[in-house]
Design a protein around this ligand. Structure first.
Ligand code: FES
Length: 145
């Protein structure tokens, strides 16, 4: 059911953790399954993502997609990070079962939410980035993190 890459990133997830004083933090959730994902970005003055970490409370596919998404944005510029769609994450994992496609959307949304937070903090507009929507309330986020 799961590819080797999914199993690898689930069993040995990359970039787990937090970044203190991160440039941008994005937290998103899926109300249907209750899974929550947070991504931290450390972005330098040239707009390069120097470091990225995640904390995901969710299913195996959510963990694997978070892990792969962090690998795909690390070292990239903001524009390139925006190209990391859920499809790109799934392709990099050699696919996900159809019922797990929604899990990969969380990774894309969490990156966008972290970039939105970065843009808001720095009072800049990132072309092509829309305000992320999330199904979870502030209270739920507080409870989990
Ligand atoms: Fe909800 Fe995977 S089942 S993110």
């Amino acid at each position: 059911m799961y590819t080797e890459k999914v199993m690898d990133h689930f069993s040995n997830p990359r970039n787990v953790g937090e970044i203190e004083n991160a440039s941008g933090v994005g937290t998103v959730g899926n109300a249907k399954c209750g899974d929550i994902m947070r991504i931290y970005l450390d972005i330098d003055d040239n707009g390069i993502i120097n470091d990225v970490k995640f904390k995901t409370f969710g299913c195996g596919a959510a963990v694997a997609t978070s892990s792969m998404a962090t690998e795909l944005v690390k070292g990239k510029g903001i524009k390139e990070a925006l190209q990391v769609t859920n499809k790109a994450v799934m392709d990099a994992l050699d696919g996900l079962p159809p019922v797990k496609v929604h899990c990969s959307l969380l990774a894309e949304e969490a990156i966008h939410a972290a970039l939105w937070d970065y843009a808001t903090k720095n009072n800049i507009v990132i072309e092509g980035l829309e305000k992320p929507k999330t199904d979870i309330s502030e209270e739920e986020v507080e409870e989990v993190y």
